[in-house]
Design a protein around this ligand. Sequence first.
Ligand code: ADP
Ligand code: MG
Length: 255
Amino acid sequence: MSTILEVKNIEKYYGNKGNITKAVDNISFEVEKGEFIGIMGASGSGKTTLLNCISTIDTVTSGNIIIEGSNITQLKSKQLSAFRRKKLGFIFQDFNLLDTLTAYENISLALSILKWSAAQIDIAVHEIAKTLNIEEALEKYPYQMSGGQQQRVAAARAMVTNPALVLADEPTGALDSHSAKMLLTNLEDLNQRLSATILMVTHDAFTASYCKRIVFIKDGKIFNEIYRAKEDRKSFFNKIIEVTALLGGEQINVF
Ligand code: ADP
Ligand code: MG
């Protein structure tokens, strides 16, 4: 297996002398190609900060992040935007679709920027739309779609370029339980069939139960790590609940 992501001793501090928040406090882990990994932790534990450092949205205070061999902490801003376009896909809690574009246009935008031909784009968009079950929504604008459809369009947009790493921050946070299940089943399917490598941040045990591995963080540090071996999703869910109880104080949403 090849390593897609190496996070080495990263720290992210906010504030200044006398009033420092260690949002990420010396975190290290690796992600192999084809993994579906979850980062779990209570609100304020540093999940978004960690994800933003990996996604190049934010910079680290110290440490190194290596994605497919490139040390992103050493790239300049121009190199970073090219890197992001080619190597990363993003799924946000609030979908972040462009309101004035149809689903088809939202999904194809990244491919146009990468200078794919119209014919290639058409094939790729229809293929990913089929996988995510949004073919009938392709000509619709975001306001004409349900939240669940919008998030599946966002997932299609993130996946269509076949990025090395897909990053998702609380992707089910704005969805009802039915739409959340549908999205997670789709992500699981994309992970299994296309070997898409997905790193998902969530505070929700049900959402996390779709992952194959979960890293728990507390106060900016890694607290524990569990793998889903051969067990079914329900027993993995129960395991997650146990660790979450050890973590202490986190509210648990059970759909
Ligand atoms: P999570 O996503 O797990 O809820 P965050 O990464 O958003 O946690 O936040 C981790 C910690 O860092 C919190 O204590 C938060 O208040 C602090 N923090 C996050 N962003 C900033 C910022 N821009 N400035 C100062 N403190 C921040
Ligand atoms: Mg967050």
